[in-house]
Design a protein around this ligand. Sequence first.
Ligand code: ADP
Ligand code: MG
Length: 240
Amino acid sequence: MIKIKGLNKYFGSLHVLKDVDFAVDKSNVVVLIGASGSGKSTLLRCINFLELNDSGRVEIMGKSVDPKKDDLNKIRQDVGMVFQHFNLFPHKTVLENVIEAPIFVKKMPRQEAVETASYLLEKVGLSDKADVYPCQLSGGQKQRVAIARALAMNPKIMLFDEPTSALDPELVGEVLQVMKELAREGMTMVVVTHEMGFAKEVADAVFFMDEGKIVEEGKPCEIFTNPQHVRTQEFLGQVL
Ligand code: ADP
Ligand code: MG
């Protein structure tokens, strides 16, 4: 579903991603871990072309993407993203947040968009919140709306950038639960998170990033119990 080869990304003279190779198979869940500033968000943003790589190749669903020629908005429809800070539209209700992109980007008939949104809100446990505004929701509820909103475009891949990092501890579980359910249904997912319990339970593979490089990858049981690289050992020593 995702294949990245030799990816490099610079911000000015700052070399942020260094020869990154990264691949995710269909229905797999990959967890990306690493210290703050190691390049995790930038890598995610390169996967849906919010950032453009300076060299290397990005293939999405078997197709090599050329940002100069290809319609990036079309590709982004297949690659949903959920952010740490929810990014809901504050002046729209929950329902309006979820139907916005299907109607205005996909040109879906309003009735169909509302039906899809109702189904998705039920799926994330928020049927009763359709008509309230984001400010009336808890952080966990906002994030579940953000997930429903991303799913409304019927993406084939979902990217999560620290989806629970802004939440009070007691609200983390409800968001992880929704993500686990998605994983169980076979969604292809890349998740940046510090929730090692989630990684152990759900991930097919864990990638550890350090200073713009992927220095180690493996199954969660391998990475967590027997990390090979000294940087992985140090990082896990701090977070586990
Ligand atoms: P992480 O998500 O692992 O914390 P990021 O991908 O956000 O790391 O950042 C990697 C590096 O790139 C950091 O040094 C950060 O300061 C820098 N960076 C990220 N975004 C930008 C940007 N838009 N402009 C300049 N530097 C950036
Ligand atoms: Mg980040």
